[in-house]
Design a protein around this ligand. Structure first.
Ligand code: ATP
Ligand code: MG
Length: 474
């Protein structure tokens, strides 16, 4: 990796087109940022490409559009001086080179036109400030004023300018530093990291939406603990997700200790990330123990307890989502449900996985039973190999039992074998309490295994129950 020519990187005809368009309107244009970084890292093919030109980004985008099929979509953002073109495969973002100056209370700078160097100076990291030229005379030439290529080789995140200025100007960059370190498996330059620590409080001027965008990206990493450990060490986690830092530490009373639930949680998140890319399931893993901090008690007889932490935790999920302005929709409900049910499969194992315990678990988890089982298996973090094997084999037994029970009893998407209407016609009833009582009795009997999940057995039970309630058949 050296300065030099990277024509290879710009093989896609779209780059020639941009080069041509830039010539037509007589501006210099460059590919900059993530595309250059990821190309040099040989990191897959990147679909969002940033183009900077010395002039108007909007004018260049309009000129590029003329060279593309008529149906191509372009969006312009006059306030920001940017434009975006979407083709089938690519998202091209155009911006004019700019110089920025910041005010202490906002991350929105005062912007004026600038040179390519000005523009590279305002970039967040050396590895994000590299550009490939699109000029005919040096097409593919790498412009790397801060030796970003060296930092790619030594795998460090570093700011182009004094980190105190870079982070204080736009504190979102602190989260971006941690996110990139986690995504690329880089370290953060020690001077930079010290600066993040001392500027951590400034994260308060960043909107929750932007914070959450970065958190999602950290959670989506192969090993999310990388990012979360940096967040914790920098002091940012305490400010963003205090529910997690509250889980830190081990207390000892009368010689009895409990595990450090913060590090345990990070292990669970790493474990689950090997089995799922679903970020909401990963969020559930991250939050599954947050109820443990407020419910922790010491009891002379049994030692440390966290009674009701699952229920408490699921309530905290709502507060946390609300505070961070995350959607309070079915995703949140899913996370709540998994947190609330996070100890259920273990309880089933403790009850020797009886049919009825398994049936109730399947019924209560419904369509999310698989995700719940994945979460609970990821929750096994014991370092004792014998126990580790035993817990996993217990889980396998429950899974086998689940298949068997579900094949026979179909309780996963439970449909009452006798409907409310049938009950009403049988006893000539208008809608009333008794119908609910009978339906509940049938469901309980099926879940307990007293009757099979079949119409005739349920019908017979309905008649018995009706009689008990003093109802008369038609
Ligand atoms: P990703 O693959 O995550 O999209 P990226 O490098 O393309 O990585 P973007 O957020 O799309 O990241 O930003 C594009 C480029 O804009 C970055 O490479 C960087 O040069 C610059 N940039 C983005 N956000 C900032 C910021 N907050 N401060 C300074 N420069 C930034
Ligand atoms: Mg990008």
């Amino acid at each position: 990796m050296t300065a030099g020519n990277y024509k290879e990187a710009l093989k896609d005809p779209v780059f020639n087109m941009i080069s041509q368009a830039a010539q037509n309107i007589n501006v210099d244009a460059y590919v900059i940022g993530g595309f250059v970084r990821d190309y040099l890292l040989q990191r897959g093919n990147k679909q969002d490409i940033d183009i900077v030109c010395i002039g108007s980004g909007i004018a260049l985008a309009q000129e590029v559009k003329k060279l593309l099929p008529n149906s191509t979509k372009i969006s312009t953002f006059k306030n920001y001086g940017t434009a975006m073109i979407k083709t089938d495969e690519l998202e091209l973002e155009f911006v004019g080179a700019r110089k920025e100056s910041y005010d202490r209370n906002s991350r929105n700078p005062v912007v004026e036109d600038g040179t390519l160097e000005d523009d590279q100076n305002r970039r967040d990291f050396t590895i994000n400030a590299m550009a490939f030229s699109l000029q005919a005379e040096n097409y593919g030439y790498l412009l790397d004023p801060f030796n970003g290529t060296d930092d790619l080789l030594s795998k460090v995140i570093k700011t182009p300018l004094d980190p105190d200025i870079t982070y204080s100007d736009d504190p979102l960059r602190m989260l971006r530093a941690i996110r990139f370190a986690s995504q690329l498996d880089f370290s953060i330059d020690p001077v930079s990291f010290e600066s993040i620590k001392s500027n951590a409080e400034r994260i308060k001027i960043i909107t929750n939406e932007r914070i959450v965008t970065e958190l999602h990206k950290i959670i989506a990493c192969d090993q999310p603990s990388h990012g979360f450990l940096l967040l914790e060490k920098s002091g940012l986690l305490e400010l963003i997700l205090p529910e997690l830092t509250a889980l830190k530490g081990i207390e000892e009373v009368e010689g009895q200790t409990h595990k450090d639930n913060f590090y345990h949680t990070l292990e669970v998140v790493d474990n689950i990330s090997r089995h799922t890319d679903d970020i909401w399931l990963r969020w559930a893993a991250l939050l599954h123990d947050i109820g443990k901090a407020p419910t922790k008690r010491f009891n002379k007889k049994v030692g440390w307890t966290f009674h009701g932490h699952e229920f408490k935790g699921s309530k905290m999920v709502y507060q946390l989502f609300k505070r961070l302005r995350m959607p309070l929709n079915d995703k949140m409900k899913f996370v709540q449900k998994l947190v609330r049910m996070s100890s259920r499969p273990i309880a089933v194992i403790d009850e020797a996985a009886t049919d009825s315990a398994v049936r109730r678990l399947i019924h209560d988890a419904g369509e999310h039973i698989e995700q719940l089982m994945t979460l609970c298996e990821a929750d096994i973090t014991t370092k004792n190999l014998k126990r580790f094997k035993k817990y996993h084999s217990n889980f396998q037994k429950v899974r086998d039992k689940m298949v068997e029970v579900e094949e026979r009893d179909h309780v996963r998407n439970f449909q009452p074998p006798v409907t409310g209407e049938e009950i009403m016609t049988t006893f000539q009833l208008k809608p009333c309490r008794e119908i609910g009582i009978i339906k509940a009795a049938i469901k309980e009997a099926i879940l307990d295994g007293d009757i099979p999940n079949e119409h005739d057995a349920a019908y017979a039970l309905m008649l018995r129950k009706g009689k008990e309630l003093g109802l008369k058949t038609a």
